[in-house]
Design a protein around this ligand. Structure first.
Ligand code: ZN
Length: 306
């Protein structure tokens, strides 16, 4: 299966600070790992700038305006202790959202079946009216709305980042046309995502404790995928964070790159059975550069082979 790779060098110019975990080198590590993997044959495409009208599918206009107004011309400006803007951040954030929207539209139009978006800043903590957790705009949520507008009405979002995708959940928890499935460590930032949070029956949260075994994580993920399968989506979007890797400094899970390949194969299996294999995956977290690169390459290879 061909996999389109949406990315752009402008996303290296989002610079939240020298000591910030969400640093430009992350994107470089992912791109280098994808290029160095001889088994990958990706079609690279420029991530476009998202249109403001597309952001408005999820975000209120006054929130969009407030982010635009907050962007500094030089230096940095903090929206909260984690979420910091530099001069290049707005362009980066527009390309991050624009990548996932473009990929979703290409898939909805039947031009492609599968895509990986190597983007930053990440998006899954951004709520409709709140930027937080390194995230400015909700890349995956905006893409889900764009896909629906283009005809793919039932969209499932699988989030295996080690942190709960509170922004994605907040966007869709009252909307039965979107299913949101997240596995995450608890307790951990942002503190949401208890299994009792089930939306209108369209939200599935699986939690793993700190230092959970790989087997425990896989059991939790299998339960989520059974729910996604039962939803019978027309498109699967993936919030692909790789910070459940054993080497990651921001969490305490035990996964190896192979576990992300295994999880990806499970997603591919549902996509092939339910929706013609349609998957758009977007990078979220992952803060150990070596683990991030290896894990992203394993994920994309499983997207390609499945
Ligand atoms: Zn994360």
């Amino acid at each position: 299966m061909d996999v389109a790779l949406y990315t752009h060098v402008d996303m290296l110019d989002h610079r939240p600070g020298d000591n910030h975990a969400e640093r430009p080198e992350r994107l470089r590590a992912v791109i280098d790992a994808l290029e160095d993997d001889g088994g990958l044959d990706l079609e690279p495409l420029d991530a476009p700038l998202v249109e403001f009208a597309d952001l408005a599918l999820v975000h209120p206009q006054d929130f969009i305006d407030s982010v635009l107004d907050a962007a500094p011309h030089s230096g940095t400006r903090a929206l909260d202790p984690d979420t910091v803007l530099s001069a290049g951040s707005l362009t980066a954030a527009r390309r991050a959202a624009g990548a996932v929207v473009a990929a979703a539209r290409a898939v909805a139009a039947g031009q492609r079946t599968r895509a990986f978006c190597a983007v930053r800043p990440p998006g899954h903590h951004a709520e409709p009216a709140t930027a937080m957790g390194f995230c400015l705009f909700s890349n995956i949520a905006v893409a889900a709305r764009a896909a629906q507008a283009a005809g793919l009405k039932r969209v499932a979002i699988v989030d295996f980042d080690v942190h709960h995708g509170n922004g994605t959940q907040a966007t869709f928890e009252h909307d039965p046309s979107v299913f949101f499935a997240s596995i995450h460590q608890s307790p951990l930032y942002p503190g949401t995502g208890d299994p009792s949070e089930s939306g209108v029956g369209n939200v599935a949260n699986a939690i793993v404790p700190p230092n959970a075994s790989r087997e425990t994580w896989r059991r939790g993920f299998e339960g989520l995928m059974a729910r996604v399968d039962g939803f019978a989506p027309e498109l699967i979007l993936v919030s692909a964070g790789f910070d459940a890797h054993v080497r990651d400094p921001l969490a305490a899970q035990s996964l190896e790159a192979e576990d992300f390949a295994w999880a990806t194969r499970a997603i591919v299996s549902v996509a092939n059975r339910r929706c013609g294999g349609r998957i758009v995956s977007s990078l979220e977290g992952g803060y150990d550069l070596e683990a991030l690169g290896r894990s992203a390459a394993a994920h994309v290879k499983a997207l390609q082979e499945g």
